[in-house]
Design a protein. Structure first.
Length: 252
């Protein structure tokens, strides 16, 4: 199983890096001028998570009309050290120029390409309860390259209802609707009792990228990427740190 837990991890700072890229790095991690082709250099999972933070900060800067940003400013906006930022950006072949910084639009395009956001990602949501409906209505997906194309539910009182711009499809028709819409990512917003069975159907339909909000460990084949979001677990972790912060002589 290729399962990637979404729980926060401690971010270790990397040694300070140079502001110019050597020839070996260029060959190993090369991005085409059109921003659509990235060499198959493996990026560490922790660095991938931080790249999403850099991209969010860069997109904010773009919206504000900022053209260049220093590594220090970008690192501060992303909550990391400038050394860690430069190390992470080395994985996508993008370094700034000393004394000049990074060109915001150029770097944003490179990170988006490295994260696969220049591809067409079509998302289907299984489960039209409160969480599923909230996800379907969220407008931020499209701006980040994700097109929500379908939402499903097994409740016949819900099937046919409109959620945002979508109409709820019957979960019994999962496979043909996934094929018709070309969905290549699926979000499971389901109770634990039914999640594995639906997950098996999604995998059998050919989908290899699954995000699960179900409070259960799902089993998938090795060629399927599964990410799990467990909000109850995250709250428990917060409670632990909050308790330690309130206890004299202890730190979180």
């Amino acid at each position: 199983m290729s399962s990637l837990d979404s729980s926060p991890q401690a971010v270790q700072g990397a040694p300070d890096g140079a502001d110019t890229q050597d020839a070996a790095d260029v060959q190993e991690s090369k991005i085409a001028a059109d921003g659509k082709t990235v060499a198959a250099k493996q990026i560490p999972p922790a660095a991938v998570a931080r790249l999403t933070l850099y991209l969010r900060a860069l997109n904010t800067l773009l919206a504000e009309g900022v053209e260049r940003v220093s590594s220090e400013s970008l690192a501060e906006a992303s909550g990391v050290s400038s050394a860690t930022l430069r190390k992470d950006l080395s994985h996508v072949g993008s370094y700034g120029t000393r004394g000049v910084g990074y060109e915001v639009q150029y770097l944003s395009r490179h990170i988006a390409a490295a994260l696969g956001l220049t591809h067409d990602w079509k998302v289907a949501i299984v489960g039209a309860g409160n969480l599923g409906k909230a996800l379907a209505r969220y407008g931020g997906f499209e701006s980040r390259g994700f097109d929500v194309v379908a939402i499903f539910d097994a409740d016949q009182m819900v099937v046919g209802n409109e959620v945002g711009w979508l109409r709820v499809s019957d979960a019994a028709d999962l496979e043909p609707v996934l094929q018709r819409t070309g969905a290549n990512m699926v979000v499971l917003a389901l109770p634990a009792a039914v999640a594995q069975g639906v997950c098996d159907r999604v995998v059998a339909a050919g989908v290899r990228s699954i995000l699960s909000f179900a409070p259960v460990m799902l089993q998938v084949p090795d060629d399927v990427n599964l990410r799990k979001v467990d909000m109850a677990t995250e709250l428990q972790i917060l409670a632990y740190h909050a308790q330690r912060a309130q206890t004299p002589g202890q730190t979180a």
